[in-house]
Design a protein around this ligand. Structure first.
Ligand code: GAL
Length: 409
């Protein structure tokens, strides 16, 4: 073959591959050490294809990032893919026809048969079409305990929330903050949901979140939840940090005894080189009602008017749910995979606890799926006010809570 022909064919191949090779801008709010380690697994896998991942990390929590993400999409400057929590956050964008229909990818990949629990896929589905790929299961209801802090206090590591509250005086005497809490509304709101499951029980949780029962919200059982929440409020005095991972770091360094937080905290312990069961203990359902609430994350793909980009978006969606990427990502993220047919022999003690609970079917819908953005915002405002103003009584807070649940949608 003459040199010119060879050059021409090589150029043609390059040209063809350069036409299909696409850089996708991907937005998310995973900026802590553990989160960055996890999202880099997605980026690495996508960069190994003919395409490339342009990272669009947005600092701050989901509450900061979501409005930025949504306004870009509504404003006609969409990213190519974005993280959101699975559930109702993208409801309006999907209804407005702004998100890419992934049904063909889902059918080719058999998602209906592999996603577990299947409700995760329901959260991505509108009128029978699928608009997101769920990538993990995160459960907010965990208590993370520092072995170092309890050694300093000279007391055993608690086995549940009630023992933890009892250990507070010993922790204080050892100059340890009992409960680490970041000063952001979603964190104090998350703690309320976790305490509701532990102290109020799963029936109350379902009655209030799924059934939106004002009667349950006004019950004595819920009063006990608010009393426990008031205890937690007092136990966090001195935890003067903002971000969730700064609160987790107080536990990692033994400056705080515990943190009520989601299992994404695990990523921070891992990055700090700490070992579950040796350096820290994790108690799902705060050690009282061992459940997994299937919160977590999914990726959506805003529509672009470009077939090459659309093809790359669908390739990324299929990659994120593939077995090997699911393992690599979730082990770093501290979350559970959304499929059961993967090898998680590398899972640590805490992930194993989560997998056992999931396998036993002790699963609850996550609060993030329960309410409209408006109702969720009202509840979050109430919790942060109650948390930061100790003059608000349990009775006042519960009365306001009942009012919000009565008009919840
Ligand atoms: C949640 C998200 C998790 C975690 C957390 C803190 O909304 O589902 O992946 O990263 O925010 O950023």
């Amino acid at each position: 073959m003459k040199l010119t022909t060879k050059l021409l064919s090589a150029t043609a191949i390059l040209a063809a591959s350069s036409v299909s090779a696409v850089e996708l801008e991907v937005t998310h709010w995973w900026t802590s050490g553990g989160e960055a380690a996890a999202v880099s697994e997605f980026a690495k896998a996508f960069d190994a294809t003919e395409h490339s991942w342009l990272d669009g990390a947005i600092a701050g929590s989901g509450g900061t990032a979501r409005p930025i993400i949504i306004s870009r999409i509504l404003g006609g400057d969409p990213m190519h893919a974005t993280q959101l929590n699975h559930g109702r956050q993208a409801e309006e964008l999907v209804e407005a026809g702004l998100m890419l229909d992934l049904t063909d990818v889902a059918e080719a990949g058999g998602w209906a048969d592999i996603v577990n629990p299947s409700r995760l896929l329901d959260g991505c589905t509108l009128d029978g079409k699928i608009y997101c790929v769920p990538v993990n299961i995160h459960s907010p209801q965990w208590l993370w305990l520092s072995h170092e802090a309890f050694a300093k206090a000279g007391v055993d590591v608690p086995s549940d929330w009630f023992e933890f509250v009892e250990s507070a005086d010993a922790l204080r005497a050892a100059d340890v903050i009992p409960l680490a809490m970041g000063q952001q509304a979603w964190q104090t709101s998350l703690a309320f949901g976790a305490i509701m499951v532990a102290v109020g029980g799963t029936e109350l949780y379902i009655d209030v979140l799924t059934n939106k029962s004002a009667e349950a919200a006004a019950s004595e059982n819920m009063t006990a939840v608010f009393r426990a929440y008031a205890d937690a409020r007092a136990l966090s005095d001195g935890s003067n940090v903002q971000d969730w991972n700064q609160a987790t770091n107080l536990v990692i360094t033994g400056m705080a005894g515990g943190q009520i937080h989601g299992d994404w905290a695990q990523g921070e312990f891992q990055v700090a080189g700490q070992v579950a069961g040796e350096d820290y203990t994790c108690l799902p359902g705060l050690g009282v009602n061992e459940i997994i609430a299937t919160g977590g994350d999914a990726f959506y793909f805003p529509k672009q008017d470009d077939p090459a980009i659309e093809a790359a978006q669908k390739e990324l969606a299929a990659l994120m749910i593939s077995p090997e990427v699911q393992v690599a990502f979730n082990l770093k993220k501290g979350s559970l995979p959304i499929r059961g047919d993967v090898d998680l022999s590398a899972a640590n003690d805490c992930m194993k606890k989560g997998l056992e609970i999931l396998a036993a079917g002790n699963v609850l819908p996550d609060g993030v799926n329960a309410y409209s953005a408006d109702t969720a915002g009202q509840l979050e405002d109430l919790m942060v006010e109650f948390w930061n103003d100790q003059s608000i009584t349990v009775e006042d807070a519960q009365a306001r809570y009942v009012g919000i649940i009565e008009s919840a949608d």
